[in-house]
Structure formats: structure tokens, C-alpha cells
Design a binder for this molecule. Structure first.
Ligand code: FO1
Length: 326
């Protein structure tokens, strides 16, 4: 591997932000340039007059070291004075908390958007505050939403389903209104085309990685790139590591297993997006099945305990890509 290694990461949610910390550490070890991280914006929303970008903020806060690691979202040590006031006014959702520091981010972002900056330009500006050690791009500058369709045909916003109902209402499907007319944000398809390796983070395959792959042009860029595409399983030992990905996978008819997610992404040689798939040691027995799908299986410890252990996972992915290139 050369030090000019160009790495692109597709990421979203808490899994994506933890993985991004490992990518930064792994590339630092190799004295390689910072990765480009393409972040899901499918669960962005307007609330109380401000634009929220939960996955973008998760990645920014984690790389800046100001994220609340206990809750998994928002800023560490945040307070809720403004939130109480918003609730008293009946603004926003009573079950959704906007922390004071977090609101500072949303207000700054909303102001810049109102001044005419694009989400890509806003993220570039936000990236200047802290030394993040990665180039961050939203998947698209278009506004894309995520709605959850329930069995009785009713629909509710993803955040209501996720945070209010903790994914307990059985979903029939997920919809991303606006996605078919979205275009990849400037730099996304170029970064994929010029990459040596594209890593698919162990994020929720349905509501984090799904929207990125659904932006018209992204799948095409992935199919065309000379880069090796390596995915990391978000499922360990047949269970989701965090979040509620199992409910999302069941809704779209995918088994909650490392093999299930690998076959959902599918091999590039079969019209999908994967060249290699990292499976946890707990799922080692499934490696031959993954190979049978036309995807190079790599068994490695996949627990993202801290940035160093996550960097080891990233190292395994980079080595797999190097082996495939050779
Ligand atoms: N998650 C919660 O479980 N409860 C909340 O009140 C909440 C508030 C919130 C505010 C801003 C933000 O950017 C994210 C927030 N999240 C909250 C996290 C978010 O709902 C999800 O974890 C992501 O959208 C899924 O990736």
C-alpha cells in the first residue's frame, strides 16, 4: 500500500461515526491522506425552524471528540434550557431533545443555508472549527426525507418511529421522498471514481447506507470505480451491534445475519456493490457462503471498542483490498 492511498467511506449513524474514528486512526498509522467520508442525509429534518442533520453531526462531533458517547447522539455535557422553553411554546416534538450546544450547530447551519450556502458548503465550513482529520461530504445537497410505512398503511416520520416509538411499530417499508430527483453532492462521484478503496461502514444497511446507495448516480459510480469496495458487517453473531437495524432489515425482507446483509449489498460481479466483506469471528462459519455470493470473505474481530481496535478493523479491510488488487 502506498501512502497516497485514497479512501472513501460511506457512513451514517452511530456505527458510521465510530467507524470513521477508526478510519482516521488507521490512515494516520500509515501516514496516508485523510479519507473522504460520504455521509447519509436521509434522516435530516426541519424542526423548530432549524435544519437538523443527525448523521452529519454524529460524524462531526465524534471526530471533534465532543460527542456524547453515552447517549450516542448530541454533544457531551449538553444542557436543555432552550429545549424546555421550546416545549413550553409547544414547538418541536416533546419526545425529541434539542440540546443547547447542539442547537448552536443547527442555528449556525440554518443561517448559512438561508444565506444561500449549499449543504456541502455548510459542511466544509463546519469542518474548519475542529481538526477533524477527514474530508466530509453529505451524500446529496437535495433535501431527502425518510418515512416509515406501517402495516395499516399509515406513515410517520423516521425520527418519530425511531426516537418516540423506538422502532417498536412494525414497519412495512421505508420511503425516501425526493431521492429519485436527488443528485450526489459535488465531489461524491469524483471521490469514488478516484478512490483506491471504498469502505462501507457497519452502519444500518437500510436507513443509513440505503439512502446513500439510492441517490441516483452513486451505485453507478461504485460499479464503475477501479477501487476495491469492502463492506464491514454491522451484524455480529447474528445480532445487531447497536441500534435497531434488525427491525429495518426484516421490513425489507433481509435476514439479520452477516450473510443476509452481504447478499443484500451483493457482489459487484452480480450487479451489487461489494468486492469483499468483513465478517466477525463469531460468523466465521458463514465465510464460504459469502464466497459463494462472489464476495471475498475476510474474518476479523469486528467489535469497535475504541478507535484503536476500530483501526485494526479498518486495517483488515485495507489489507483485503490490497490482496484483491494484487
Ligand atoms: N435520538 C434520540 O433517541 N432521542 C432524541 O431526543 C434525539 C434528539 C436528537 C437531536 C438532534 C440530532 O442530531 C439527533 C438526535 N437524536 C435523538 C438521534 C437521532 O434521532 C438518531 O439516532 C439518528 O437520526 C439515527 O441515525
Amino acid at each position: 500500500m502506498t501512502s497516497a492511498l485514497r479512501v472513501v467511506v460511506l457512513a451514517g449513524g452511530v456505527g458510521g461515526s465510530k467507524f470513521t474514528l477508526g478510519v482516521r486512526a488507521a490512515l494516520l498509522r500509515r501516514a496516508a491522506p485523510p479519507a473522504t467520508v460520504v455521509i447519509n442525509t436521509g434522516d435530516d429534518l426541519w424542526l423548530s425552524g432549524v435544519r437538523l442533520q443527525p448523521d452529519v453531526d454524529s460524524v462531526v462531533y465524534a471526530l471533534a471528540g465532543v460527542n456524547d458517547t453515552q447517549r450516542g447522539w448530541g454533544r457531551t455535557g449538553d444542557t436543555e434550557r432552550v429545549n424546555h422553553e421550546l416545549q413550553a411554546w409547544g414547538s418541536g416534538w416533546p419526545w425529541f431533545t434539542l440540546g443547547d450546544l447542539d442547537l448552536g450547530t443547527h442555528l449556525a447551519r440554518t443561517g448559512w443555508l438561508r444565506e444561500g450556502l449549499t449543504p456541502t458548503q455548510v459542511l466544509a465550513r463546519m469542518s474548519q472549527r475542529w481538526p477533524l482529520g477527514a474530508n466530509l461530504l453529505p451524500m446529496t445537497d437535495s433535501e431527502v426525507d425518510t418515512w416509515v410505512v406501517l402495516e395499516d398503511g399509515s406513515r410517520l416520520h423516521f425520527q418519530e418511529w425511531w426516537t418516540r416509538h423506538r422502532a417498536t411499530l412494525v414497519p412495512l417499508s421505508f420511503e425516501n421522498p425526493g431521492i429519485s430527483s436527488a443528485v450526489p453532492a459535488p465531489g461524491v462521484t469524483d471521490a469514488i471514481a478516484r478512490a483506491d478503496i471504498v469502505l462501507i461502514a457497519p452502519s444500518n444497511p437500510v436507513v443509513s447506507i440505503g439512502p446513500i446507495l439510492a441517490v441516483p448516480g452513486v451505485r453507478e459510480a461504485l460499479r464503475a470505480t477501479a477501487a476495491r469496495i469492502v463492506g464491514v458487517s454491522p451484524i455480529i453473531g447474528g445480532r445487531v451491534v447497536r441500534g435497531m437495524a434488525d427491525v429495518c432489515l426484516t421490513a425489507i425482507g433481509v435476514e439479520t445475519s452477516a450473510v443476509g446483509v452481504a447478499s443484500h449489498y451483493a457482489a459487484r460481479s452480480a450487479g451489487g456493490v461489494l468486492d469483499a466483506w468483513l465478517l466477525a469471528e463469531e460468523d466465521a462459519a458463514s465465510a464460504p457462503i459469502v464466497a459463494g455470493l462472489g464476495i471475498h470473505p475476510v474474518v476479523a474481530p469486528l467489535w469497535m471498542t475504541d478507535a484503536d481496535t476500530t483501526a485494526d478493523i479498518v486495517d483488515a479491510a485495507l489489507s483485503a483490498a490490497a490482496d484483491l488488487r494484487a
